[in-house]
Design a protein around this ligand. Structure first.
Ligand code: NDP
Length: 329
């Protein structure tokens, strides 16, 4: 089996030269451990941060070692109670075809849903949307909600969950006319615009002439400034991610209109999904209901084979995905 190692720390945009796909050496399965053949693995924007040396909430990847990340696979050998051959498990040893791990760090998942769902709408990105909306943005029925990255994994769930929770109007931004069509026609957003076509502030004012109550930020930069500009009294901004700056080598200037938060008594707050897993059970129940009713739909973009995992990761940074980007192994 193969794995993907980080061989150098990218400066600016990562390139293929920063990675290598090599044969891995699979250890013996010890007491309390399982061997898993991964069927799908996640590539996520936060992994760009882990490729840098700077210490953050997640440790940097180690040069010369396989990277890690979310994955789902099938148990091939088990020396752990409660795990049988054939079980589907979610765990943290992605970026490889076969993983040996402590069963305590794996979670069995219901094979009734496709494995990929546990990396997206029923997994980390879905919970991010739910926790950010309910806890950080304190979404209220009747709110006007704006979300960037609207055709992506988190953003597409944000818009649909906001509607399901009673938002009066949901506006999204995305990077192509096809993505804009998708979020409005397929996902039921009330309005959307292509942020590459014209400045964000003007397009947002047009889509929300009376302003917004909630901005769910996946992008940062110009989007954040525009959202502050459109914030209504007592508006809330949940800062989930700032993908527009992840490959910057120099810090981009911040929003120039932060003082507007004073006039609007606005609130801006960052969050990490890792602090909100106590909501996972509640979210899983509600998500299952919304999926069954059709209020929540999830699109996935698949890339096949570990040899193309790096392409899939670069694709997320470039916007080649609609919905969750999944590597099928
Ligand atoms: P997505 O599926 O949304 O993929 C990333 C998308 O970002 C791309 O498809 C692309 O779409 C868009 N994008 C790339 N560059 C830019 C840019 N310069 N300006 C605007 N959009 C851009 O990824 P996720 O749903 O996994 O993650 C979305 C955000 O949420 C990220 O910022 C991520 O870091 C963050 N996140 C934070 C978590 C937390 O705990 N705080 C947890 C999970 C995710 P397009 O074609 O529209 O440009």
């Amino acid at each position: 089996p193969r794995e993907v190692r980080l061989v150098s720390r990218p400066v600016g945009w990562p390139t293929h030269a920063d990675f290598e796909v090599v044969e891995s050496c699979v250890p013996e399965v010890g007491d309390g451990q399982i061997r898993v053949r991964n069927t799908v693995m996640s590539v996520d924007p936060y992994m760009r941060g882990r490729m840098s040396a700077a210490k953050s909430y997640a440790d940097p990847y180690v040069i010369g070692e396989a990277m890690t990340g979310g994955a789902v696979g099938v148990v091939e050998e088990s020396r752990a109670d409660g795990f049988a051959v054939g079980d589907h498990v979610l765990h943290g040893l992605g970026w490889r075809e076969v993983a040996v791990l402590d069963a305590a760090s794996a979670r069995r998942v219901d094979a009734a849903a496709p494995d990929s769902a546990y990396l997206g709408v029923l997994g980390m990105t879905g919970l991010t949307a739910y926790a950010g909306l309910t806890r950080i943005a304190a979404l209220q029925p009747g709110d006007v909600v704006f979300v960037s990255g609207a055709a992506g994994a988190v953003g597409s769930a944000v818009g649909q969950i906001a509607k399901a929770l009673g938002a009066s109007r949901v506006i999204g931004s995305a990077g192509s006319p096809e993505k804009v069509r998708h979020v409005v026609e397929d996902l039921g957003f009330d309005a959307a615009f292509d942020y590459k076509a014209a400045p964000v502030s003007g397009q947002l004012r047009e889509a929300a002439p009376d302003g917004i109550d909630v901005y769910f930020d996946n992008v940062g930069g110009e989007h954040l400034e525009a959202a502050i500009g459109s914030l209504r009294l007592a508006g809330r901004i949940a800062v989930c991610g700032m993908i527009s700056v992840y490959n910057d080598t120099e810090a981009a200037p911040g929003p120039r209109n932060l003082a507007r938060l004073i006039q609007t008594r606005g609130c801006i707050r960052g969050f990490l999904v890792g602090d909100h897993y106590d909501l996972a059970g509640e979210y899983a129940k509600r998500a299952a209901g919304w999926l069954a009713s059709g209020e929540l739909q999830s699109r996935e973009t698949f890339v096949d084979g570990i040899a193309h995992a790096v392409d899939a990761f670069l694709g997320v940074l470039r916007g080649e995905n609609t919905g969750k980007m999944i590597v099928r192994l």
